[in-house]
Design a protein around this ligand. Structure first.
Ligand SMILES: [Zn+2]
Length: 245
């Protein structure tokens, strides 16, 4: 299991299984590509140059200029590189892989930045605005982008797996940079009490995903995503009340 697989299954178990089987591929998302572009820029010049070379056709238009999203990403990179605190918080080993076990299931994580000397790990996240609100079914309330994109869950999983490998609980940080012009930025830490909820949530949701992966049950269909829409077969009607479920 990985955090991205878990998150994908929370959105739609059926789509996640179809992706694993190679029966469905999500279209390349610009937001994901921009995220990787930012990470490569922070990692090293070599990693960045390699990334730009490999993804040239997505980054540059036919006239040789960068697409708007990547011009904006360049602003975000400058914002981070010019901030001494950001540079300090991003010091450490990059893209480190660990494996471990949670609730009897093997997990693999890739930590963007880990500092063993000071026992912390950090991740750069881009978002629209720092204070934008999102309605969350998971938390049954309005939340920030951090909960909306399950970054608290990610930080909890990483913290546990790193503990299993090092014997110490490392402190997680998020460096957030916005897509605004000019970009906003923030360093974020987590009240540890938030992690209990994520532990219980993973424990509660994991068995269903594992059963679906092992073919012991039909994966749950969200009936809303691109995969479910494209494979939907109607069997009847439902009362209009359920349209807003
Ligand atoms: Zn679905």
């Amino acid at each position: 299991m990985s955090v991205s697989q878990f998150k994908s299954a929370m959105e739609c178990e059926a789509r996640m299984i179809a992706e694993l089987k190679g029966e469905f591929t999500r279209p390349q998302s610009t937001a994901l590509l921009v995220g990787s572009y930012l990470h490569a820029a922070i990692e090293s010049d070599e990693a960045f140059n390699r990334f730009v070379e490999e993804n040239h056709k997505w980054i540059f238009g036919s006239r040789g200029a960068k697409y708007k999203d990547f011009e904006k990403a360049d602003d975000m990179i400058t914002t981070i590189k010019n901030d001494r605190f950001c540079q300090f918080a991003l010091q450490g080993e990059k893209e480190v892989i660990y494996t471990g076990e949670l609730f009897g299931v093997p997990w693999k994580i890739k930590v963007d930045n880990i500092n063993h000397e000071k026992c912390y790990f950090s991740d750069l996240k881009s978002t629209q605005e720092l204070r934008k609100r999102y309605w969350s079914e998971k938390y049954s309330t309005w939340v920030s982008f951090v909960q909306a994109y399950d970054y608290v869950l990610q930080m909890w999983v990483y913290r546990e797996i790193i503990y299993q490998n090092t014997g110490r609980y490392y402190e997680p940080y998020i460096l957030a940079v916005t897509k605004e012009n000019p970009p906003d930025k923030a360093g974020l830490h987590f009240d540890h009490s938030r992690f209990d909820f994520e532990r219980e949530y993973v424990q509660q949701m994991l068995p269903s995903i594992i059963e679906a992966k092992q073919g012991k049950k039909e994966p749950h269909r969200c009936e809303k995503c691109e995969y479910c829409r494209s494979t939907k077969v109607l069997k009847g009607t439902f009362e209009i009340e359920f349209l807003l479920d």
